[in-house]
Design a protein around this ligand. Structure first.
Ligand SMILES: Nc1ncnc2c1ncn2[C@@H]1O[C@H](COP(=O)(O)OP(=O)(O)OP(=O)(O)O)[C@@H](O)[C@H]1O
Length: 269
């Protein structure tokens, strides 16, 4: 690749960007089965990454590895330069699952407050967020529904509560495992747009697993394509679409070119 040049024509050294996560030849094994083999990948701070790959290739396993839910059998994983355990204890990241996993007897607000309560009860020093739980509910469009119980909310609303809860400790890294997979297309579109707003506003790095090529292209600045048997990195594809993204972009030739490229890539994974 050619070095960039400044206006006088002198070469410019581009500064290495800070890393939110770094995986160096990281492998995950379940017994004798290798789910992920020697995955090497740098995640730049502040970027939105989507993760695609065939079913069973290790997308969820990769997020669980990064979030210290499972250990690496070999290799190394660091989060903001810390071990995954140190990063977990420092509340550097938060997880949003496909199922909102709210406590059914607690209101929306009380669910969002839960991580703060747990932290206080354990005597953990929680980073003070710039937004209160109430403000976070407003950020995800649920102002006025603070007292609603989970069963009184729609699936999309419950997922938004889960996102507000994930943001309450001001994580620098948000790990999202198919958070909108169970929602209808219109709700998913709306939440995609809201998530992009939140990402821009908070500057959080996001790793987002999806099965949808359209969602991966729409949300991602970069798409991580994994391949299976065993799970390995196939390619990281830069998505160079104009910002901010709009739903109308999905009908553009550029968008379709990225989708077609990823579809072909997926077929070889
Ligand atoms: N706890 C476990 N014990 C044994 N094998 C596991 C375990 N968790 C995951 N696996 C295996 O590891 C592989 C990767 O699973 P993972 O859930 O990460 O795939 P995925 O890419 O997220 O799949 P999908 O797209 O279907 O959700 C699969 O073959 C799965 O069966």
């Amino acid at each position: 690749m050619m070095a960039a040049e400044n206006i006088q024509g002198a070469p410019v050294q581009s500064a290495p960007r800070d890393l939110a996560a770094s995986l160096q030849a990281a492998s995950v094994r379940f017994g004798t089965f290798t789910a992920i083999e020697e995955l090497t990948l740098d995640i730049e701070c502040g970027s939105f990454y989507t993760i695609l790959g065939p079913s069973g290739c290790g997308k969820s396993t990769m997020l669980r590895l990064v979030s210290d839910l499972i250990p690496a059998a070999s290799g190394d994983v660091t989060i903001f330069g810390k071990t995954t355990e140190q990063a977990r204890l420092a509340r550097e990241f938060a997880f949003v699952f496909q199922d909102a996993t709210l406590l059914p007897w607690r209101s929306a607000l009380k669910n969002v407050e839960l991580p703060l309560e747990i932290g206080r009860n354990r005597g953990i020093d929680i980073p003070v967020g710039s937004r209160s739980p109430r403000e976070l509910l407003e950020l995800v469009g649920l102002k006025g529904r603070e007292d609603a119980l989970p069963h009184e909310l729609s699936g999309g609303m419950r997922q938004r509560v889960a996102i507000a809860r994930a943001l309450v400790c001001q994580p620098k890294l948000l790990l999202m495992d198919e958070p909108f997979g169970a929602l209808d297309e219109m709700t998913r579109d709306r939440l995609n747009l809201q998530l992009l707003d939140i990402w821009r506003e908070t500057g959080t790095t996001i790793l987002f697993v999806t099965h949808s090529i359209a969602e991966a292209v729409f949300l991602g600045q970069k798409v991580i394509m994994l391949k299976s048997h065993p799970g390995r990195l196939r390619e990281v594809v830069d998505i160079d679409l104009p910002e901010p993204r709009t739903i109308a972009q999905r009908d553009t030739p550029e968008f379709n070119r990225y989708s077609a490229y990823l579809r072909n890539l997926l077929e070889t994974c």
